[in-house]
Structures are given as structure tokens and as C-alpha cells.
Design a binder for this molecule. Sequence first.
Ligand code: HEM
Ligand code: NAG
Ligand code: NAG
Length: 537
Amino acid sequence: MPTLLPLVATLCCLFILQRCFQIRKILRTIHYQPCDWTFFSLSGLGGRFPRIPFILPGRHYNWRKHQDFKALGSDIFVAAALAPTVSLNYQLADPDAIKEVIGSRVRFPKPIELYKPILFFGDNVVASEHDQWKRHRKISAPAFTEPNNKLVWHETIHVINDLFDNVWGNRDEIAVDHIREVFMPTTLFVISAAAFGRRITWNDEVLPPPGSPNDLQVSHDYLYKLILPNWAMGLTQRLRQSNVAFDELERYMVEMIRDRKNQTSDDVEPKYDLLNGLLDACEGDLSGDSKLTERELLGNIFVFLLAVQPEGNEVDKHYPLNCDDGSLGSQIPKSTGHTLCFAFALLALYPQEQERLYEEIITIFPDGRLPTYEDANSLVFANAILNETLRMFPPVPGIPKYSAEDTVLPMTNSFGEKVLVPVPKGSNIILQTAGLHYNPKYWPDPHTFKPSRFLGNWPRDAFLPFSGGVRSCLGRRFAELESIVTLTMFISKYRVGIKDEPQFAGETFEQKKERVLDTIPRLTLTPVRIPLVFKRR
Ligand code: HEM
Ligand SMILES: *[C@@H]1O[C@H](CO)[C@@H](O)[C@H](O)[C@H]1NC(C)=O
Ligand SMILES: *[C@@H]1O[C@H](CO)[C@@H](O)[C@H](O)[C@H]1NC(C)=O
């Protein structure tokens, strides 16, 4: 009907006009900070589809490293969207701004609604804020003691020796299709022993059959197998399908706690695993209200083993942290395991760095003895390799926060001047770890693996793999020690290289590097496929 046309046109004009006013208002509020505009935000549709300029932001900025910051000419930009509601998402790759955010938990809290899926076993240290978080942190932190670090060291050696002696045997050459096959189990075994006092060996049949079609799913399955007693084995299928199964899992965990409580009273040998640390802190002489209830204890234990991973839908809401494997995942062992995968891929690609590590090892252990806990600080180059791996492949590439008040963030602009960026109350803030780690202002030639950059003076504020401030990673030392001793054990015995495969025979170094280091940007960074070969030295 022709009479309707002017009406529709008027409405459209009004709509566009209103949005333009809205945009102008936003630009004024944020003092014309560089913006990446899209009509839709990441909520709902936005995070599900690829990027469409001006319409959908696409999956995430997380794994674009420093690209977007470079394109917009600023180490802070705002991903702004008009629908369904106006949302401002501050993306940070500036060390001063990031330091300010991690330095004030009260002004920049964690958006804990994103962590809801990991609350079903009770409140915990990862998914809480304010007074609740303080209680949890106070109970959890003391579990990460020096004796526990020592336990991590010894259990890692135990697990690797078990692999060398009982699985790899005296073969001179071991080829693996994807190094995850090695480092997912090792990290799980280590956490099982150092967190729960449960030793698992390589021949316990908890491993996925080689070449499993979907090893991501399988890795969840065998994780459950680790903590579940035999009678509950049938559970793994159902765990994914129904909430009822989680009740059973919960019952088992309660039993594990009660068992342990019963044991400690008459056990002569003290135990230093994390579970005991938590139990001690709960039973210690804390004032009544800071004690954790059994359910809260369970929540914290669950977090150590299973989950720091919110489910896809929740995460899509405001943050570009979208993950594809919707099921709950074991982020803690995964973050350590994947770091090791990338570290060995890099050593295989850069043999001269590998030789330098080998030289460090034979200098410290000329007699070939096992590394002791006291050696940890002498293994400086191994530590530098770990740091350089974490710089290039930060397992948590985006850390979400929000602004609890109208405030400002300090930053260095493209002219090298210090300026203040206004941030309105309620804005989402994402610490772009990868953006920071590839920022060429602080890391020259950021795409090249150069562990030696960590040997001299390095920009400490431009390195954030474990987050920082009071909410930094509790398991940093745990992960570092495990990684350092793993690097040392493998490289002292084997030379690692990229597995030769006929289909890739004609590749250049750059092509090989790109293929081997390819990632799936899930909530934590996941390697696609790293085929390696280990040759005995
Ligand atoms: C390479 C390995 C690891 C990396 C890169 C890493 C990184 C991180 C990051 C970035 C956070 C902050 C997350 C956020 O703000 O949302 C975090 C928190 C945490 N991590 Fe780790 N992590 C690693 C291994 C571990 C291990 C092995 C454990 C325990 C055994 C652990 C326990 C924790 C806990 C309990 C928190 C919460 C702290 C709090 O909110 O107060 N992490 N980790
Ligand atoms: C503790 O263990 C003993 C012997 O194994 C058992 O008789 C007792 O019932 C247990 N107590 C609790 C509280 O589980
Ligand atoms: C590696 O980084 C950590 C901070 O995460 C730092 O404490 C340590 O000194 C660094 N080690 C080396 C060798 O750079």
C-alpha cells in the first residue's frame, strides 16, 4: 500500500537519527576513544557468528593478538554496540591501564555472573567476589605451601619416569601424532597426586585409546575417571547428559572428604596435598564465620580439578570469551598441559634454543642425576623458555573485569604521551593478555620465540599470564615448577623435533611454524595438532 511508505520511511529515519544521537552521546562519554563499532553486541547472536563489519563483532578479539590495537592506533579501544542494549567493552593492551585494573579489586571487580556454571558444587574461590571471595581465598591460599610445591616437583618426576620406564621403554625414537596425548595425562596425573594424594600410573587404563576421534571429549571423560571410584565408572556417559549424575559425583566427593578427615587423625605421615591443606585451614583455629562449610569445601575442590570454564551461553553475554566445547572443562590441568604442548612445539621449531637448554641441563647435572627441588631456581633458561611460551601462548588470553564506578585509566597514547581514558560505571573491561604480550612497544619482534629476552631486564608490567594483583593465579608456582621439571626431564633424555609427514614434505619453515602452532581460541588456548618425534640423546 503506497500510503504506508512515507510512514515506514519516517520511522526508519527516526530510528537512524536516534541511534546517531546515541553514538554521539557515547563518544562524548568516552572522550572519543577509538571505537570498534558494531550494531549488535557480543550477547546472543553477536558471539555466535563470524565478524560482519559494523553489524556483528565476531567471536572475539582475544586471539587477534595486537592486530586490532594496531589498526585503531591505540592500546585501549572500546568495542561498542548499540543493540540489544548499549554496551561498552574496553579492550586493554596497555601495561599501565592493566596495572591499574588488577591493582584495585574494589573499583574493578570480576563479573562473577559469567562464572555461574561452576557454582553448582558450591561457591568457590574462582567464582566469587567481595567478602565471599576473601573468605575463600583465605582458606585456599595456605594450601599452596612450600611442602606442596615440593610435592608437585616430586610427583612430576614420578609421573615422567613412569612414562619413560613403562610406556616409552628403551625405544630410541618415539613419534606422537599430537603431543596432547602426552601432556594432558601428565598434568592430570600430577594434579591428581599433588591435589588429592591419588597417584595414577600410565598403565591404569585411564587413557583414551590412541587416535580417538574426539579427544577433547575424551579428556573430560578420563578426568572423571581419575576422581571417580570404580563403582561410579558408568557415570561418565551420564555426567554429560543429566544433572542427576552430578548429584552422584557430589556424593562421592563428600565421601572423599569424610574419609580424609577420618584418616588425618591417626595418620603418622603428614600429607601435603592441596586437599589436606584445605581441610587443615577449615579445621584450624579460624573464627567461626570464616570456616568453610562442607559444601563450600567441595566447591573449592571441584574448582581445582574440574572447572574454571563458564559455559558458552553465559560467556557470550558480554565477553568475547566464547568457547565451543560447551561442556564443563578442566581448565586448570588444561592450561598447564597446553603450555607444555606449545613449549615443546617451539623447542622443536627452534633447535638452537633447545640445545641451549640442554647445555644448561648438562652444566647443572653433569652426572645425569635427577633434578631436585633445590635446583628449581638454577634452571634459569628452562624458566625463560616457559615464560617465553606463556608470552606467546597465554592460556587465558582475555581476563574479564568491569568498572564499578565512573573512573579513568592511565595509558600511553600513540605519541608516547601519558593520558587518562575515562571509563563510565558499568563498562566491561577485558584485559587482553595476548594483545599485551604481542605489543611491539614492549616486546620487539613479538612473533619470534626468543627465550633470552627473559634473561636480562624485561618489561614486567607487560607480562600477565597468571593475571595479577590480589586475584592472581593461586597455582602459579605449582604450574611453573611442574613445567620446569618437565622441560628438564624430557630434554635431558631426548631431542625433540617435528614429526616428518609426507603430506608436508615441501613446506617452508614459516608454513611449518604456522601449521604446528595453530590454535583454537577456546576459553583457554588449545593447540590444533602438534605432531612431534622424540629421539634419544
Ligand atoms: C600455566 C598454567 C596456569 C595459568 C596460565 C593460569 C592462569 C590463571 C589466570 C589468568 C587466573 C585469573 C583468572 C580470572 O581472573 O578469571 C587464574 C586464577 C586461578 N588459578 Fe590459575 N593458571 C594456571 C594454573 C593453575 C594451577 C595448576 C592451579 C591450581 C592447582 C591454578 C589455580 C588457580 C586459582 C585457584 C585461581 C583463582 C584465584 C582467585 O580468583 O583468587 N591455576 N589462573
Ligand atoms: C573412621 O574409620 C573407622 C575405621 O575405618 C570407622 O570405623 C569409622 O566409622 C570412621 N569414622 C567416620 C566418621 O567415618
Ligand atoms: C618468569 O616470569 C615470572 C613471572 O611470571 C618471574 O617471576 C620469573 O622471574 C621469570 N623468570 C625468568 C627466567 O624470566
